[in-house]
Write a protein that binds this ligand. Structure first.
Ligand SMILES: [Zn+2]
Length: 413
């Protein structure tokens, strides 16, 4: 075949892979053996048998040519729920919990989320940025190429805006795409009443966040003892009026109705969902809300897991995220995949789709991110393993060897 692309300046070819895995429109996997994938100017152009693909896109002409003999190739992971921007270290609380202290006791002693709020308020922009960049490095090394990061450790207008600004700077600076979410309603600040604080979020924070123009989503911790359903509705409706798409932390610790709220508002996602009922599951599925399950949170707390199978049986596009935060300290989507399989009974194929295509849907991305279909972003993880099943199977170990973002090699072990 003649070479249709004589100018190969921005071409990447991964060839001779034991297996290349794509995600099809219906959520099934496309598995190609002895395969190659070509990316031109950031977009996947071709996936198929190595022979024909490398005749069309000769590796010797490519900017990046990767011999993937014996290795599997999967879409870069999308982590659709993190609180990755914070200051301070709470590893002592991990120890305290192991000695039998409850989160409520830790909170009463000034620990927990409010301790992170104090540390984040005190940190400089440069400190916050350097922490976030370092976490993004870890995520990238574990195959994550897109991540959502929430504000919500400021709980005042100035610090919330500062957090969103740092998230935008990290996005500019780092190869991982960072999707910013405003979450002023993450907790009730010390010494404040929830209604009074919701007034501040609605009257002051959301207009300022909209004016700043960075955040894409508005999230709320709709939970017993934190923000009620009416308070959460006020926050999300006001956010929508200001151009912020709703997301909801729902039914994590108790069942109070956050899932139905997500369905009524047509939120992009409802997250956690431990105590979701069958009615809730049907409501989010009918409303097209993506259920985002966070097995790392349950693991870290020694708690129960969401009923992934019930959502899958209902036909929902189940997504999985790390929920990386000081109380759930894992940046690894690989570990989330292991927990999805072992603790939530998902198949390795379901876990892969949950951490790629469906996770991108939980972030409202409509460019085919997480699928490796022709015409979609060339965000690729090459595994030091012969099949995608090794991602959940080889638990506690990083099987990602090389990562490409938009067809550029941005990480190599
Ligand atoms: Zn969260």
């Amino acid at each position: 075949m003649s070479d249709p692309n004589p100018d190969h300046d921005h071409t990447a070819v991964v060839h001779d892979a034991a297996q290349i895995v794509t995600v099809e429109a219906d959520g099934s996997l496309g598995i190609y053996e002895d395969a190659a994938i070509a990316v031109v100017d950031g977009e996947v152009t071709r996936v198929g048998a190595t022979g024909p693909v490398t005749r069309e896109y000769p590796p010797e002409n490519a900017e990046y040519a990767i011999d993937a003999r014996g290795k599997a190739v999967v879409p870069g992971f999308v982590d659709p729920h993190t609180h990755a921007l914070f200051a301070g270290d709470r590893s002592d609380e991990f120890e305290a919990k192991l000695r039998g202290k409850t989160y409520q006791e830790i909170l009463a002693e000034g620990g927990g989320i409010l301790r992170t709020v104090r540390a984040t308020r005190e940190a400089s922009d440069e400190e916050l940025l350097s922490h976030l960049l370092s976490h993004l490095d870890t995520m990238l090394a574990h195959g994550t190429t897109t991540v959502e990061v929430k504000s919500g450790y400021g709980l005042d207008t100035a610090t919330e805006l500062r957090m969103l600004d740092v998230i935008a700077r990290a996005n500019d600076r780092h190869p991982v795409d960072v999707v910013p979410t405003f979450m002023g309603a993450h907790a009730v600040p010390e010494g404040r009443d929830a209604d009074d604080y919701v007034d501040e979020v609605v009257d002051e924070q959301i207009p300022a966040v909209a004016e700043q123009g960075i955040a894409r989503f508005c999230d709320v911790f709709c939970e017993e003892g934190v923000f009620s359903v009416p308070q959460s509705r006020r926050v999300l409706v006001t956010g929508e009026e200001h151009g912020l798409t709703p997301k909801v932390h729902a039914e994590e610790l108790a069942h109070i109705g956050g899932t139905q709220l997500a369905a009524q508002l047509g939120a992009t996602s409802a997250d956690h969902l431990l105590y979701a009922t069958q009615e809730d599951i049907d409501a989010v599925t009918d409303a097209g809300v993506v259920p985002v399950l966070l097995p790392g949170t349950a693991f870290g707390l020694g708690a129960e897991y969401a009923d992934a199978r019930a959502f899958l049986d209902a036909g929902a596009p189940v997504a999985v995220a790390t929920d990386f935060n000081p109380n759930c300290y894992s940046q690894s989507m690989e570990f989330a995949a292991s927990l999805s399989c072992v603790e939530m009974g998902m198949t390795p194929a379901e876990a892969l789709v949950a951490g790629t295509k469906n996770a991108a849907q939980a972030l409202d991305m409509d460019d085919g991110t997480g699928t490796l279909q022709p015409g979609t972003p060339g965000d690729i993880a090459v595994l030091d393993a012969p099949s995608y099943v090794h991602v959940p199977y080889n638990f506690g170990v990083n099987v990602v060897e090389t990562v490409l973002k938009g067809g550029e090699v941005v990480h190599h072990e």
